[in-house]
Design a protein around this ligand. Structure first.
Ligand code: NAD
Length: 495
């Protein structure tokens, strides 16, 4: 069922600070949001939005601090925070079609992915954390006969949230929902490339009844607004999703200012490991979903290194290439029927991914399928499969963030475990086998924060998500994710 959207979507293009839409205090940037990634090589501006400066961050943080101390934080019972989050989830559901269409325009991902996956997922995230709001408890501890202690999980205060351009709405929800459930206030900077659905959400936040200042949205560039949030002395926590390079900068800025608590969700180079005994059809499905699904390879958990055991290697390669070729044929405008594969987000990203494809060729890897752009207009790249790769090649070590993977033949469990772990990243790993003992051994030996057995790229909001090694710090989602938004206070009582 391919959805269509015939309506129009209205949203504000300013800064949402202290419950009101405003222009930048001084100067600021006008940021063009471009649609040319979809159709033409020359560019078409959909809309221009206001980008703020550090001055706007100061105003937003002051409002967030005021709200934290007066109308939110420990002043408001968890049940009330939960009520407002649940109301927001309902409003998102009521506006699901508009949000799905706007997100398709924002990112270029097929409308059906946004309608059936992204927007319902966003609603569920807000509902899930709404449910936690009145269940945030500490413990009682009795260290000795005449001493009683108890712990409280208190919010940090003002939390800065900085988000990327891939899955923008889902990532914003993953940060706002637990931060607000635990009583923090938030200053959000969405990606300057894809701010549209966050701007739409601002009006729903207002309509849901959150007090002014509890959520402010300051659009802008990373080096201006993002940096100002990371250095602000009154921001007590940063939650960031994006590249490892930017994660490092944010960590440094936090360390140089006030030692903010920092959660980082960063890049990946995830392996998909397929054993001879795997259900063959499922293996094809999960390996292709694992790297090409939804966002033309622009997902942090993309399984871009595929290891296939020797007994099924040839058969797998043939069948997998067929899927890649059929996806190439289903590439195009996200609003068109049958489209399953969208564009790269920007000219920079197109050049970056093509640069990796060329480096793979130059280093001696063989293009088994794809390896080129689709047409000369728009930013479409054919799903690409490399074979005859070696572990030291750039395409095997670096995050490509595009529809490109390498397939490697392996013999033994030991060698594939070693090869799979040979990366500075550790976000996710996928294992396909029908042997439970083997699956569990692999799950325990692989160095990654999420292991998907007989699936891929299927995180659930009840389960913690985050990276080993240089894929991140801290966790999002589930109770672990919730806990990263609170600090523990211990109260000691002599009896
Ligand atoms: P990016 O790091 O370029 O930008 C992310 C955000 O950081 C943007 O809002 C940007 O404006 C801001 N930023 C840039 N420089 C900054 C600075 N100096 N200080 C503060 N903020 C700054 O990432 P991107 O290209 O938007 O997103 C793609 C990356 O995100 C990939 O590496 C991908 O793997 C990663 N990602 C990770 C997850 C995860 O959950 N682990 C999820 C999605 C994306």
């Amino acid at each position: 069922d391919t959805p269509t959207y015939k309506g129009s979507v209205t949203f504000n293009t300013g800064l949402f600070i202290d419950g009101k839409w405003t222009d930048p205090v001084q100067g600021g940037d006008l940021i063009d949001i471009l649609m040319y990634r979809l159709y033409t090589a020359t560019g078409k501006v959909i809309v221009s939005i206001a980008g703020g400066t550090s001055k706007d961050v100061d105003v937003a943080v002051a409002a967030a601090e005021r709200a934290y101390r007066t109308t939110w934080g420990l002043k408001v019972p968890g049940s009330e925070r939960g009520r407002l989050l649940a109301k927001l989830a309902d409003l998102i559901e009521q506006h699901a079609d508009e949000l799905a269409a706007l997100e398709a325009l924002n990112v270029g991902m097929p409308l059906l992915v946004n309608k059936y996956f992204v927007v319902p997922g966003t609603v569920s995230t807000f509902r899930y954390f709404a449910g936690w709001s009145d269940k945030i408890h500490g413990k009682t501890i009795e260290p000795s006969e005449n001493k009683l202690a108890y712990t409280r999980h208190e919010p940090f205060g003002v939390c800065g949230a900085i988000t990327p351009w891939n899955f923008p709405l889902g990532v914003v929800a993953a940060k706002l929902a637990p931060a607000l459930a635990t009583g923090n206030t938030v200053v959000l900077k969405p990606s300057e490339i894809t701010p549209l659905t966050a701007l739409f959400l601002a009006d729903l936040i207002k309509e849901a009844g959150f007090p002014p200042g509890v959520v402010s949205i300051v659009n802008g560039y990373g080096h201006t607004v993002g940096d100002a949030i990371s250095r602000h002395p009154s921001v007590m926590k940063i939650t960031f999703t994006g590249s490892t390079l930017t994660g490092r900068k944010i960590l440094k800025a936090s360390a140089d200012s006030n030692l903010k608590k920092v959660t980082l969700e960063l890049g990946g180079k995830s392996p998909t490991i397929i054993f001879d005994d795997a259900d063959f059809e499922q293996a094809i499905k999960w390996a292709s979903m694992g790297v090409f699904f939804a966002a033309a390879g622009q997902t942090c958990t993309a399984g871009s290194r595929i290891y296939v055991q020797e007994g099924i290697y040839d058969r797998f390669l043939q069948a997998f290439a067929k899927v890649a070729e059929s996806l190439a044929g289903a590439t195009g405008n996200p609003f068109e029927a049958g489209v399953q594969h969208g564009p790269q987000i920007s000219s920079t990203q197109l050049e970056r991914v093509m640069g990796y494809i060329n480096s793979g060729k130059a280093e001696g890897a063989r293009v088994h399928s794809g390896g080129e752009r689709i047409g000369n207009t728009g930013y479409f790249i054919k799903p690409t499969i490399f074979t005859e790769v070696t572990a030291d090649m750039k395409i095997m070590q670096e995050e490509i963030f595009g529809p490109v993977c390498s397939i490697v033949k392996f013999k033994t469990e030991e060698e594939v475990t070693k090869w799979a772990n040979n990366t500075t990243y550790g976000l996710a790993a996928n294992v396909l086998t029908q042997n439970v003992s083997l699956a569990v051994r692999m799950a325990h030996n692989l160095e990654a924060g999420s292991i998907f057995v007989n699936s891929s790229q299927s995180p659930e909001r009840q389960v913690p998500f985050g990276g080993f090694k240089q894929s991140g710090m801290g966790r999002e989602m589930g109770q672990y994710g919730l806990d990263t938004y609170t600090q523990v206070k211990a109260v000691h009582i002599n009896i």
